[in-house]
Design a protein around this ligand. Structure first.
Ligand code: HEM
Length: 253
């Protein structure tokens, strides 16, 4: 699993079957992350900072943070192309990829390529940093405000680069890789295929995230701007409950 599976453009021209590359948990993670990112970004950019809607944008933020933690676990135990070992590229590979992308000589990738691998690590790290600093602000830590802004704007910039990169790659290789992120399949050799899409893990992950989102919204107290983490009973943000006379949804789970 050490060397990432890279296939040349030429070899794709010989007819290849469509085989399973992305497992279901990875695909569900990707599209929930995309929805959550756009929802949080839209609220934070458009809503008034004093509005209940603005303080409620911490909910998608918390959910995205939890999703990224689970994706990190999946990066160690998941299927071949979802594992971090399959997309750990050296800076030299990144440079080679970047020059290749510019002069049109970069090879086609079956899993993540060097460019997208770096963008993915950056996005995972920045989502976590945005979520943590957001919670710190809600907890009264003013010093975290600047960090939250830096993390969230950097995330928006990396996402923009990611989307442009996906479009550029799709045009260059005449391959709809966005569709592959939906169906899980790509034209590749049978050796590149993963044996299962791990549907049960995918469905459990989806249900867990839906449950978490619904409960965080149900437990949300507009007056105090707090919610309660289901199952654990932890008030989020933690410090906000002090002035609320226990009003942060304590009657909920
Ligand atoms: C509608 C816009 C988007 C499209 C079309 C898109 C498309 C894709 C595609 C095709 C891949 C696979 C890339 C590869 O072959 O290496 C991918 C991976 C990824 N994208 Fe996006 N993406 C979008 C939005 C986003 C957003 C908003 C985020 C983050 C907030 C994001 C984060 C990721 C991550 C983390 C991966 C790696 C998936 C994994 O292995 O878990 N994407 N995306």
């Amino acid at each position: 699993m050490g060397t990432p599976p890279i296939q040349s453009l030429q070899s794709r021209e010989t007819a290849m079957p469509r085989v399973l590359i992305w497992d279901l948990p990875t695909r569900i993670f990707h599209w929930l992350l995309t929805i959550g990112f756009f929802v949080s970004a839209a609220i934070s950019v458009t809503a008034d900072e004093d509005s209940p809607l603005f303080s409620a944008h911490m909910i998608p933020g918390v959910v995205l943070g939890v999703m990224v933690v689970l994706r990190i676990v999946w990066g160690f135990v998941g299927t071949r192309h979802a594992r971090f070992t399959s997309f750990l590229f050296s800076p030299v590979s990144l440079m080679r990829y970047a020059f290749g992308a510019l002069n049109g000589s970069e090879p086609r990738s079956i899993g993540h390529n060097a460019g997208s691998s770096y963008a993915i690590f950056a996005m995972l790290g920045l989502v976590l940093a945005t979520a943590v600093t957001g919670l710190m602000i809600s907890n009264g830590n003013e010093a975290a405000e600047e960090l939250h802004e830096i993390a969230s704007y950097s995330l928006m910039a990396v996402v923009a680069v990611h989307i442009v990169g996906v479009m550029w790659y799709s045009l260059r290789h005449k391959e709809n890789i966005t569709l592959s992120m939906l169906t899980g399949c790509k034209e590749a050799s049978a050796d590149d295929a993963i044996p299962s899409s791990r549907p049960i893990v995918g469905i459990v992950f989806l249900l867990l995230i839906c449950f978490l989102t619904v409960r965080l919204f149900q437990n949300y107290d507009r007056a105090t701007g707090t919610t309660t983490f289901p199952g654990l009973g932890i008030t989020i943000p933690p410090g906000e409950s002090e002035g609320s006379e226990g009003g942060g949804g304590d009657d909920n789970d």
